[in-house]
Design a protein around this ligand. Structure first.
Ligand SMILES: [Cu+2]
Length: 165
C-alpha cells in the first residue's frame, strides 16, 4: 500500500517533468544567444510572433504595460489549456485580483495546493508596470506558444506563436 501511494505521488511528477522537458529547459545566463523584449498589454503581447531556432537559448525581458495582471508562459497549447484551470482556481482563491497578485495568500494556499505556488522556469506572472525575465533553451522541434492563462485572456488573443523550431 505504501509503495502504491508513493507511485501515485511520483507518477504525476514524472509526467510533468516529461512534458516540461519536451518544451525545452531553463537556460543558462552564460549561454544566451539572443534577447527578446516582450510587451504585455490588455490583452495581447507584442510581438505576437517570435522567431526561434532549435537549441537557441533566449532571454526574454517581459514588461507589463497593461492595467491588469498578465502571464507569459512558454508551453504547448495543450499545456496552456490545462494551466488555464489552475489560473481560474487562483481567481477563485482570490489570489489573482485583476490588477494585483495577493502573494501572501498565494503562499498560504500553496501550502495545501502546490499547483498554486506558481513558480516555474517557463513562466512569469506580472502585475502592471512590473518586469520579469525568463531564460529558456529551446531543445526540441515542437509547436510552442507563449500565452497568458488568466481566465479570458487567451481567448481574447493573448498568445504569441513561436516559429522556426
Ligand atoms: Cu493576460
Amino acid at each position: 500500500m505504501k509503495k502504491l501511494i508513493l507511485l501515485l505521488i511520483i507518477i504525476p511528477n514524472l509526467v510533468f517533468a516529461e512534458s516540461m522537458k519536451m518544451i525545452g529547459e531553463k537556460g543558462k545566463s552564460s549561454e544566451i544567444d539572443k534577447t527578446i523584449e516582450i510587451k504585455m498589454y490588455d490583452n495581447y503581447f507584442e510581438p505576437n510572433q517570435i522567431s526561434i531556432s532549435k537549441n537557441q537559448t533566449v532571454k526574454f525581458i517581459i514588461t507589463n504595460y497593461g492595467e491588469l495582471v498578465h502571464e507569459f508562459n512558454i508551453a504547448t497549447k495543450m499545456m496552456h489549456l490545462k494551466h488555464q484551470k489552475e489560473m481560474a482556481k487562483m481567481v477563485d482563491y482570490q489570489i489573482l485580483l485583476g490588477d494585483k497578485i495577493d502573494k501572501v495568500k498565494m503562499k498560504e494556499v500553496a501550502k495545501k495546493d502546490h499547483s498554486m505556488a506558481h513558480s516555474h522556469a517557463n513562466s512569469v506572472l506580472l502585475e502592471p508596470n512590473k518586469s520579469g525575465e525568463i531564460i529558456w533553451k529551446f531543445t526540441n522541434s515542437i509547436k510552442l506558444e507563449a500565452a497568458c492563462n488568466i481566465p479570458g485572456h487567451y481567448e481574447l488573443g493573448m498568445v504569441s506563436k513561436f516559429v522556426g523550431l
